[in-house]
Each structure stands twice: as structure tokens, then as C-alpha cells.
Design a binder for this molecule. Structure first.
Ligand code: NAD
Ligand code: UD1
Length: 338
């Protein structure tokens, strides 16, 4: 079976392509290389000894995207392509709505036109907003999103649900990721943030490699174990494996289904920092600063639905996530540049 993976050279996409190839799926990737580069494709091939077909296409370019659908038949799509920086989405919302909504609509129209029935979509825990109590359960539905990025995820969930109801799509599996971190244990694939990272683990990685002087911990007066924010971190390889299970599930089911993909366990900022210290075997400097606007105290998943219906259970713990992140950081000081 051939799977079209949009954004397949990005952080989560590349790890997912590795798992798809390992599970004997044929893979075609569409990526415009906005936030990735072509060396990722070589690394995927090196890791799997298999190759994926690559199209350097922007999903906003409907004509170019249609040529891909004319060339090959796909049994399903996994849709990662999009922009993901929360702060940037507040500054340039139109760009986010264009890419994440208009780009997705192009894809959904072509899926309908060419009879591609199944889709797995990258959603986010951000769709719960701050309306609900932890642990977040799928049945809570959609909360009040607090930024345009989150709103694009919420709109995509609504659009795909409507398409499934109208039977214009056979099945749509909406995966709400919690906080993906870590890297492939080979050190060949991982996350390469642009500029100074906004997210916790990429920031700590730069402190560990000496590129940034210290972590700023955003608040220690939350109602949590040590006052710092608690999140449900999940190893990117576990997350990639969840996509294969979701895809398998989609071939046996009709309609829309939502799944939280996390570990179900929350760690505080300081707990993550200390896990990273164990991984890099040195003390990492930090200072406590004011809360970051828009942050919530705790965010973690109820993962029982994914376990019951997909058979998904995350394997890797926070130490493994930090060890793999650090290995990738050491092996790729300038990112994936060759
Ligand atoms: P990423 O930026 O590493 O990967 C996205 C890929 O899509 C990149 O390779 C980029 O070049 C490509 N892309 C972007 N716009 C495109 C376009 N118009 N046409 C073709 N390709 C395009 O991001 P990621 O962390 O791998 O995230 C993948 C998906 O998961 C995104 O939709 C993101 O919103 C979602 N998600 C990510 C996180 C996270 O923490 N990383 C959490 C929840 C949800
Ligand atoms: C962020 C996004 C969210 C997205 C998620 C996916 C924001 C506001 N939200 O969530 O939409 O779905 O990533 O991974 O960006 N922290 C520090 N110092 C730092 C960076 C972070 O103390 O330099 C703290 C934060 O306050 C938070 C925790 O670390 O308590 C995790 O932050 P981050 O990695 O940015 O993820 P989220 O805020 O959960």
C-alpha cells in the first residue's frame, strides 16, 4: 500500500516515514523544504535501506500537488505539512491560515477527486485550550484555542469531521499530540529549530551544547509538584509508531475518530531539566523568570482510548527522550546539513 506523507521530511514526518518503511508501506513524500532539507531523505534511506519517492511541492500550489495525485494512487494520506510556531502565528495569522487551512483544503479536495479515502491528521493538545481539567480526554471535544496556530488545528478537525460525515472522506483519524521531544536513537534524525528555540527541550539542548548560557524557567508558582509547568512529553519515535497504528486502524474503520497521543504522565520543567542533566552528565544553569503569557499549569493526556482502540502505549521514558535528544545534538552541531 502506498501512503502519501505531506511534510514527510520534517521532525515528526521523517520519524514516521522510517516506521512506515519498516512496516513495509510504500511511501511518497510531499514537502516544500520550508522547515526541512533534502539530506533528511538520505538519512531516512540510510536508516531503512529503503527509499521513499520525494516530490518537492508546496501544498499551496494545487496544480503541482494535483500532478502528484495523477502520477500515483495513494491508499491513504498522513498530513503533517504546516507551520507550527505559536508565537509567530499570533504575529502573522494570515500566513498561518493560508498554509494550514488553504493548503489542507487543496489536499482534501484532491483526495476527494482522486478517491483517496483515508487520512491521519496531525492535531495537537492545544485544541483543548484551557477550558478543561487534566487529564485531557478526547470526549471533552474542542476548547477555546488561544492562538491562530491552535485555531488552524481546530478548524482542520472540524473540516475533516464534516468531510467524513458527508462521506467525502472514508475515515479521518485525528491525532492530538502532546509534547513530542527526543530524536531517533541513531542520532541521524531529530528536531532542528529555526533560530532561538521557543520550546523547552530544544532550548535545553542548546544550553547543554553551550550555545545558550542558561534556561529561563517560566514561572515556579504554578499549582504543580515543584511550581513549574507540567507537560506530557512523548518520544518522537513512540509518536511515529502511533501513526502506523492509526493508519492500520483507518483501513478497518469508517468515519472520524480522535485520539490523544501522549504518555499520560506529566513532568515539570525542573524534572525535565534534571533528566537532561543526567543525559549530558553535567549541571545545566537556569534561572526562574516570570510566567510565559498563555501557558497553563498542567497539560497531560488520558491515553486510554489510544491504548484500547489502537493498541498504542508509549515505550520510552523521559530519560530516554533526553538521551536521544542529546545524542542528536552532539552528532549534528549544525543541524542536518549533510
Ligand atoms: P516540522 O516543521 O518539522 O515539519 C513540517 C514539514 O512540513 C516541514 O518539513 C515543512 O518543510 C513542511 N511544510 C510546511 N508547509 C508546507 C507546505 N505548504 N507544503 C509542503 N510542505 C510544507 O514540524 P513537526 O514538528 O514535524 O510537526 C508536524 C505536524 O505536527 C505539524 O502539522 C504540526 O503542527 C503538528 N504538531 C507538532 C507538534 C510539535 O510539537 N512538534 C505538536 C503538535 C502538533
Ligand atoms: C507548545 C505550544 C503548543 C504545542 C506544543 C507542542 C506554546 C505556547 N504552546 O506547548 O501549542 O502544541 O508546544 O510541543 O508555545 N518552558 C520554560 N522555558 C523555556 C521554554 C518552555 O520554562 O525556555 C516551559 C513552559 O512554560 C512550559 C514547558 O516548559 O511549562 C513546556 O513548554 P513548551 O516546550 O514551549 O511546550 P508547551 O508550552 O506545552
Amino acid at each position: 500500500m502506498r501512503i502519501l506523507v505531506t511534510g514527510g521530511l520534517g521532525y515528526i514526518g521523517s520519524h514516521t516515514v522510517v516506521e512506515l518503511l519498516a512496516n513495509d508501506y510504500d511511501v511518497s513524500i510531499v514537502d516544500n523544504l520550508y522547515n526541512s532539507n533534502i539530506h533528511v531523505l538520505d538519512r531516512i534511506e540510510k536508516l531503512t535501506s529503503k527509499s521513499a519517492t520525494f516530490y518537492q511541492v508546496d501544498i499551496l500550489d494545487k496544480e503541482a500537488l494535483e500532478k502528484v495525485f495523477q502520477k500515483e494512487h495513494f491508499d491513504a494520506v498522513i498530513h503533517f505539512a504546516g507551520y507550527k510556531a505559536v508565537g509567530e502565528s499570533v504575529a502573522i495569522p494570515l500566513t498561518y491560515y493560508q498554509n494550514n487551512i488553504a493548503g489542507s483544503l487543496n489536499l482534501y479536495e484532491l483526495m476527494h477527486k482522486y478517491g483517496v479515502e483515508k487520512i491521519v491528521f496531525s492535531s495537537s493538545a492545544t485544541v483543548y485550550g484551557d477550558d478543561f481539567a487534566v487529564p485531557f480526554k478526547e470526549e471533552y471535544g474542542l476548547g477555546t484555542t488561544t492562538n491562530p496556530y491552535g485555531t488552524t488545528k481546530k478548524f482542520n478537525e472540524i473540516i475533516l469531521s464534516d468531510l467524513a460525515k458527508a462521506k467525502q472522506i472514508g475515515s479521518a483519524i485525528l491525532l492530538r499530540y502532546f509534547n513530542p521531544i527526543g530524536a531517533h536513537e541513531s542520532g541521524l534524525l531529530g528536531e532542528v529549530p529555526n533560530g532561538i528555540p521557543n520550546n523547552l527541550v530544544p532550548y535545553i539542548a542548546r544550553v547543554a551544547s553551550g550555545k545558550l548560557d542558561k534556561l529561563r524557567v517560566f514561572g515556579n508558582d504554578y499549582d504543580t509538584i515543584d511550581g513549574t509547568g507540567v507537560r506530557d512529553y512523548i518520544h518522537v519515535v513512540d509518536l511515529a509508531k502511533a501513526h502506523v497504528l492509526a493508519l492500520d486502524y483507518s483501513f478497518k474503520h469508517e468515519g472520524v475518530e480522535v485520539f490523544n497521543i501522549g504518555t499520560g504522565k506529566g513532568y515539570s520543567v525542573l524534572e525535565v531539566l534534571h533528566a537532561y542533566e543526567r543525559a549530558c552528565q553535567k549541571k545545566l544553569p537556569y534561572e526562574i523568570v516570570a510566567r510565559r503569557p498563555g501557558d497553563i499549569a498542567s497539560c497531560f493526556a488520558d491515553c486510554s482510548k489510544a491504548q484500547a482502540l489502537l493498541g498504542f502505549k508509549a515505550q520510552y521514558d523521559i530519560d530516554k527522550m533526553c538521551e536521544d535528544s542529546y545524542r542528536f545534538t552532539v552528532m549534528n552541531p549544525d543541524g542536518i546539513d549533510k
